[in-house]
Design a protein around this ligand. Structure first.
Ligand code: G3P
Ligand code: CA
Length: 340
């Protein structure tokens, strides 16, 4: 894993701040990304979507209800897709207060009224300050956004994150004192769950490292019936997961990733404890068993695991050879890696 990471220009034991330091501040908002940068996370992670008027933004869900006050501001459109709003409309929303209500122990008055961010705003955060984190960008629900991979390429090129005129270290930058993924070939990592988007990303940006995310639908392990019932999963989905639970299915996934230019895979983890605000209902799915990590490395693919916040889980999965983690809680991972 170490060598594979180095080849891709990605730090080994990568600290990927999932939606920023989203444990301590509302996900994908300015304070979450500022905290992640200040702490020394290697990457700011974001989910890329596009507004109706063509702006690229950082937002996870495909609707606005969970993390904004859309129901107050646009009551008739509360469950409408993010893609149906203009940037000006999105900027009217409060994307911070939900966090204060949900996590009173971590609430801050300053989180009230926080805005949804554009990619441009996240990029500026990455470029400010003494640390220089990279950007780890997921094409989210790419089926809703035809051509978003080309838009992203144009944007990153225009701002010198990729292409012939990539960012250079600022005056006085010292690799031994500063954290500077932004000046390595892995300054941008592209990630997606969608095979079609991986193909598009590879076509648009062949030289940029890519990660194919794995989830239960296709690369999976057998689940037991009681969990199926508890989670309300359909029998059809359950059976589909059982069918693909074999080594062969996992190998096929990896081969697809390699064949389409990925440098690694991003499987889901099982967390020993999790907060359901951050974990999907399938977070018990372990797609990074020891043999899975070994097989990935044997096939030349590095492994970045999502989404892990607890020290005991960092330990378990590091022992299996995982090369880095998506984490909501960057301070905990930095401590685990001895970098805090
Ligand atoms: O991008 C890795 C991880 O973030 C995938 O899950 O749903 O949090 O984007 P999600
Ligand atoms: Ca993501």
């Amino acid at each position: 894993g170490h060598q594979l990471s180095e080849q891709a220009g990605i730090p080994w034991h990568a600290v990927i701040a999932h939606r920023g330091d989203s444990y301590d501040a509302p996900e994908s908002t300015r304070p979450a990304y500022l905290l992640a940068r200040a702490l020394g996370a290697d990457y700011l992670e974001l989910d890329l979507q596009r507004t109706r008027d063509g702006h690229l933004i950082a937002f996870h869900d495909d609707t606005l209800e969970r993390t904004t006050n859309v129901a107050e501001v646009f009551p008739e459109r509360a469950d409408a897709p993010v893609s149906s709003f203009t940037l000006a409309e999105l900027k009217r929303l409060d994307a911070g207060s939900w966090f204060n209500e949900r996590y009173p122990e971590r609430a801050r008055p300053s989180y009230r009224g926080l805005k949804i961010l554009t990619l441009d705003e996240v990029r500026r955060i990455a470029e400010g300050g003494d640390n220089h984190p990279g950007l780890y960008i997921e094409t989210k629900v790419p089926g809703q956004f035809p051509g978003i991979e080309a838009d992203l390429k144009a944007y990153l090129e225009a701002h010198h994150w990729i292409g012939d005129q990539v960012r250079q270290p600022p005056e006085g930058f010292d690799r031994n004192r500063h954290i500077g993924v932004a000046f390595t070939p892995g300054r941008v990592v592209l990630q997606t769950f969608e095979k079609s988007s991986l193909i598009n990303l590879q076509q648009q940006m062949p030289g940029v490292p890519k990660i194919l995310l794995l989830w239960l639908g296709e690369g999976s392990i057998p689940a037991d019936e009681s969990i199926r019932q508890r989670e309300g999963e359909s029998l059809a989905d359950f059976r589909a997961r059982q069918r693909v639970a074999s080594r062969q299915a996992y190998a096929d996934w990896l081969d697809f990733a390699s064949a389409h230019g990925a440098v690694g895979v991003g499987p889901s983890a099982v967390q020993s404890a999790h907060d359901d605000a951050f974990s999907s209902r399938f977070s018990y799915m372990d797609l990074a068993r020891r043999w899975m990590v070994g097989m990935s490395h044997d096939k030349g693919l590095l492994v970045h695991l999502y989404t892990v916040d607890q020290a005991q889980d960092f330990r378990t999965y590091s022992d299996r050879g995982v090369d880095g983690f998506f984490t909501n809680h960057a301070p905990a991972l930095l401590t685990f890696y001895g970098r805090a």
